[in-house]
Design a protein around this ligand. Structure first.
Ligand SMILES: [Zn+2]
Length: 115
């Protein structure tokens, strides 16, 4: 399973600083270099309204979080999480069990993009 790869259509916005951020300022940990909060990431897929996501390590996921694995599919709910060493097994609705590294990143749905 591929981890989350940045897409050319993405934009980055910090709601705490009320400011857009450059890719090169956020691409190490997807946090704002000024305030340290995760930046909202604009996700454009298909004909749906643009969504806001955070790109977080899978180790920070919780059950019931909504994630995007592939841009040609839809958002899916995390049904369960099982840790095993440096791996994480995510039970994702519509996918079943997905094995990832703990420090792999994944797009977690935040809500609509309103910036
Ligand atoms: Zn900020």
């Amino acid at each position: 399973m591929a981890k989350s790869i940045p897409h050319i259509s993405e934009e980055y916005y910090c709601t705490h600083c009320n400011d857009y951020k450059d890719f090169l300022d956020v691409n190490t940990n997807w946090k704002c270099p000024i305030c340290g909060n995760y930046v909202q990431i604009r996700i454009v897929i298909g004909n749906t309204i643009d969504q806001s996501c955070f790109r977080i390590p899978v180790s920070e996921l919780s059950s019931n979080d909504i994630v995007l694995l592939h841009r040609n599919t839809d958002f899916n709910e995390i049904l369960g999480i099982r840790n095993s060493g440096d791996k994480v097994f995510l039970n994702i609705k519509g996918y079943g069990s997905v094995k990832m590294n703990k420090d792999d990143t994944i797009l977690k749905l935040n809500g609509g993009w309103y910036h």
